[in-house]
Design a protein around this ligand. Structure first.
Ligand SMILES: Cc1cc2nc3c(=O)[nH]c(=O)nc-3n(C[C@H](O)[C@H](O)[C@H](O)COP(=O)(O)O)c2cc1C
Length: 425
């Protein structure tokens, strides 16, 4: 429940997802959607909104955890060019399935967040870039946007003010790389989704080389609550520098997989045992991938780590998009790593040589290892390729591809050793 008392807040983005009929505008409005929008449009100015979001401590929920208010403050004003707002609804990271639930069950929350963000940034045209596989969610978003237009919540002179904004859903073609913000921009412009060099960052030079803010669905869906209850209210939830609630998509060997919106700073152990009903086998996880498949693995010794950007970094991993993949003692770690190697090889856009070639090497060697045909030299090459891909490409896909390989070799060298061909160098 959302409450003005930060200690009582149990849900922000998921506050209304369980309510029947919430996708329809009439029901959504009865349940509180767009309630605070007129106040924002009439009584707030751009600077005030950016300040509240800064004060809230909100960090982007798409993976990097970059402070949202700070990103908004980088957008240059009065450039003579339009400013664009792009919502990143690509959600392609294996293990992540939170944004689709916001769109599927409470599309008006995202629309409201985008109107408020658009108003703060002086946006006339905003887009939701949604992955191609999310057919149902794209249809739900389209229908909700149509209703919002008929109620003058979108389009010209929104709610009688002098603010006008259009919102369009753009369906991607199901490429993981298009979740990377500059590849998303390329794709939205009609080209193959290939990341751009940064700088310039999109805030300064993005969509059609104009100032552009790219934010994740969950980030934008948090904005209405921040403006209604205040930045200080949000900053009092969670822990310092890691404020608010966060949705964690938990999958793997837990009894109750699913999305859980919990205060930042909750420990991994509490999330898995109290919310997810514990492990299917054993008492302590063998592997925890804390932030989606591209983040380094944690093991049993990190079971008490708090779910914050900072603590995960200290533990040697990343909070990423909050997709927690839990493996108990029954997991076949070679099969898991081979499967992920296939994913990254398939999804590499091919633009950078270390990634294009490296992901192929990783996949081919993991295929051999899984089939029991790998040799000692293979393990050396596997390690070498993974080490030399990371940090040497335009975007972080190569780092993500090397993370499972390096994690396997670091934490479970004996598991790899056991699968190698006998007496083969
Ligand atoms: C390979 C790759 C895939 C990504 N996929 C997504 C995605 O599906 N959704 C998302 O919000 N961010 C994704 N990101 C992060 C975005 O580039 C960007 O940081 C994010 O959309 C910014 O929004 P935020 O500040 O609200 O987190 C991805 C990054 C990389 C390198």
């Amino acid at each position: 429940m959302i409450s003005s008392d930060p200690k009582q807040v149990k849900a922000i983005c998921f506050d209304r997802v369980h309510l029947e009929g919430q996708t329809g505008l009439e029901v959504a409005r009865k349940n509180g959607a767009y309630k605070f929008l007129p106040t924002v449009l009439k009584d707030f100015d751009s600077e005030q909104i950016v300040d509240e979001v800064k004060k809230s401590g909100l960090r982007g929920r798409g993976g990097a955890g970059f402070p949202t208010g700070l990103k908004w403050s980088f957008v240059p004003r009065n450039t003579g060019k339009p400013t664009y707002l792009l919502c990143n609804a690509d959600e392609g990271e294996p293990g992540t399935f939170k944004d689709r639930d916001i769109m599927r069950y409470d599309p008006h929350l995202l629309i409201e967040g985008m109107i408020m963000a658009g108003f703060a940034l002086g946006v006339k045209d905003a887009y939701i870039y949604i992955r191609g596989e999310f057919l149902h969610e794209a249809n739900v978003m389209d229908a909700a946007i149509e209703e919002a237009y008929s109620a003058n919540l979108l389009g010209e002179s929104i709610l009688g003010t002098d603010f006008s904004m259009n919102l369009t859903v753009h369906r991607g073609a199901g490429a993981y790389i298009c979740g990377e913000e500059t590849a998303l921009i390329e794709s939205l412009e009609g080209r193959p989704g290939r990341p751009r060099f940064k700088p310039p960052f999109p805030a300064v030079e993005g969509f059609y080389r104009c100032p552009t803010v790219v934010n994740n669905v969950e980030t934008l869906a948090t904005v209405p609550a921040i403006l209604e209850f205040g930045g200080d209210w949000h900053a009092a939830i969670g822990v310092p520098n890691n404020t608010g609630l966060k949705i964690f998509s938990v999958s793997g060997h837990v009894n109750k997989p699913g999305n859980y919106e919990v205060p930042m700073g909750t420990s991994l152990k509490v999330l898995i045992e109290e919310y997810c009903g514990g492990l299917q086998h054993g008492t302590v996880p063998k592997v925890i991938i804390p932030g989606g498949s591209s983040t380094p693995w944690l093991t049993a010794e990190h079971y008490d780590t708090p779910l914050t950007y900072d603590a995960m970094m200290k533990a040697g991993s990343m909070l990423g998009s909050g997709a927690i993949i839990v493996m108990d003692e029954t997991a076949d770690l070679i099969a898991l790593t081979r499967r992920l190697a296939h994913f990254y090889a398939h999804e590499s856009c091919g633009q950078c040589t270390p990634c294009r070639e490296g992901t192929g090497w990783l996949e081919r060697i993991m295929n051999r290892v899984e089939a029991g045909q790998g040799c000692k030299k293979d393990v050396e090459v596997l390690n070498d390729a993974a080490v030399h891909m990371a940090g040497r490409t335009i975007c972080a896909l190569a780092d993500g591809a090397s993370a499972p390989i390096l994690s396997l070799l670091k934490h479970f060298p004996e598991v790899v050793e056991e699968r190698l061909m006998e007496n083969a160098e």
